[in-house]
Design a protein around this ligand. Structure first.
Ligand SMILES: [Zn+2]
Length: 114
């Protein structure tokens, strides 16, 4: 996928994770990430607890390693990179935040029907 698309996916993940963590957890702290993709980098600041940060890092790393040019929805991917437990946890976060913001269609990563 293009760097622009990648950046959009990252920003959506960040936003959704922060919404979920803010509502559900009370141990968030500010974290800085430098994320590389296609020889370019994105700098972001996330406010997340340890648990959410761990999942966020997995999601970002899988996104960086996604082999598809046109990224399919992860749910329909022929070779998914998530293990089932991790997937369930992340899908729950995306679903919660997606419903709350009404923005679930903006990300190709997860869909409302996951
Ligand atoms: Zn959290």
């Amino acid at each position: 996928m293009t760097f622009e698309k990648f950046t959009n996916e990252v920003m959506t993940l960040k936003k959704f994770f922060e919404i979920y963590c803010h509502d559900k957890h009370h141990l968030a702290s500010s974290r800085n990430y430098t994320i590389a993709y296609h020889n370019q980098t994105i700098q972001i600041e996330c406010t997340l607890c340890n648990e959410c940060a761990e999942l966020f890092e997995i999601a970002i790393s899988n996104l960086q390693n996604c082999p598809h040019d046109e990224k399919p929805r992860c749910r329909k991917c022929p070779n998914p990179c998530y293990d089932k437990d991790t997937w369930k946890k992340i899908a729950k976060i995306m679903k919660y935040a997606g419903i709350k913001t009404g923005l679930s269609k903006l990300t190709s990563f997860f869909s409302k029907d996951t």
